[in-house]
Design a protein around this ligand. Structure first.
Ligand code: EPU
Length: 335
């Protein structure tokens, strides 16, 4: 029988690096092990841990945390154009991107260096530089936590949206994703270099998938803090989407407000700009802070408690609401 650790410290297994304990903790390496743990029914509450890069613990957890550690990348179908790869949930997302690049398979190069595990990637439809995982996602298998049964979710079942999916909404904490099936391109044809700083970062280099990934790695490492040296969970908030008329009002006050049209009635505004404009960049309260290069990222300078980071986030939200009439929504899961 797989043994469950009690009162387990989470500080070093989540990228925010805040102290909290889980009443139970176990690492599983396969679907069978996961089902075996679920059968034990020792805890009323269960959560799944992937890379721990999108969680903020504000208090101890009274349930069982299951760390998915399954490994493996396998090509399961192939034709002249594409391959379908089955990737185990416990693989590191970035290691998988490196595997794709080594095998000259396109589709995930813009998503290089995103922290976290493959199993966690569809939950929040990870995205960067104009690409989201949904663009190559085919299906995934997942174990239902209550029953231990395996279910397949096709792309249309996942209700993907901006940093969102069914696994974050109606099915939150109900399934453990086990295997993710992604369709990659043998002759990459859907290369995206038009977003943000990629073209500038590429410079004279040819837009091959390897060079695009390299450019993304350069951009990300220049402005996003490495969780190994400074605790963080990437973007803390989502970029808010506001009605066009609200954006136009704001534009009168701030003629240079950056914005991206979503459709004819909605506009996305970078939360980083809102936070920066209010002077929070580099702001620090004890060991909780706002990163100096990317104000959308909250950081832990070492000994910040989860509730202190959360309090700083609420202060920012309040200031953004008072000044811009916009309610920021957390991207990070708060527990
Ligand atoms: N900005 C400022 N001040 C700053 C930094 C940025 O005003 O100090 C403004 C600028 O106008 C800039 C805009 O914010 O053009 C957008 O900034 P950036 O390109 O850095 O991207 P972002 O919208 O802040 C999003 C994702 C990131 C992803 C990048 C690149 C969200 C919540 N975040 O950030 O994802 O890497 O785009 O595609 O959508 C994550 O989800 O954890 C994450 C890091």
């Amino acid at each position: 029988m797989i043994s469950i650790s009690r009162n387990y410290p989470l500080k070093h297994i989540t990228t925010f690096g805040v102290a909290a304990n889980a009443a139970g903790f176990v690492e599983v390496r396969s679907i069978t092990e996961l089902q075996e743990v679920l059968q034990q029914k020792q805890f009323a509450n269960i959560k799944i841990l992937g890379g721990g890069s999108n969680m903020l613990w504000t208090k101890n957890y009274d349930g069982l945390l299951i760390h998915i550690h399954s490994k493996g990348v396998e090509i399961v179908e192939e034709n002249n154009q594409n391959v379908l790869v089955a990737v185990a949930a416990g693989e590191s997302w970035h290691d998988f991107v490196l595997w794709a690049l080594e095998n000259d398979l396109g589709g995930v190069e813009n998503l290089a260096l995103i922290p976290g595990s493959v199993g966690a990637a569809p939950i929040q439809n990870i995205g960067a530089y104009g690409v989201e995982i949904e663009s190559c996602f085919e299906k995934c298998t997942a174990v239902e936590i209550a029953s231990g049964n395996i279910k397949t979710f096709d792309k249309s079942d996942c209700a993907f949206g901006y940093r969102n999916s069914v696994f974050k909404t109606t099915l939150k904490d109900q399934y453990a994703i086990c295997t993710v099936y992604l369709k990659l391109q043998k002759k990459p044809h859907a290369i995206r270099t038009d977003y943000g700083a990629i073209e500038t970062a590429l410079g004279n280099r040819k837009p091959t998938i390897q060079n695009i990934a390299q450019a993304v790695i350069e951009i990300r490492s220049s402005k996003l803090p490495d969780p190994k040296t400074l605790g963080n969970c990437g973007s803390f908030f989502k970029n808010p989407v506001v009605p066009l008329h609200q954006y136009k009002q704001l534009q009168k006050r701030y003629p240079s407000i950056p914005h991206y049209p979503v459709d004819t009635t909605l506009v996305k505004i970078p939360a980083a700009w809102l936070i920066d404009t209010l002077g929070f960049k580099g702001h620090r309260e004890g060991d909780a802070g706002v990163h100096q290069n990317q104000p959308l990222v909250l950081v832990n300078y070492g000994a910040a408690k989860g509730h202190e980071i959360y309090a700083l986030a609420q202060k920012i939200k309040q200031a953004v609401l008072e000044n811009f009439g916009i309610t920021l929504e957390e991207e990070v899961n708060i527990y």
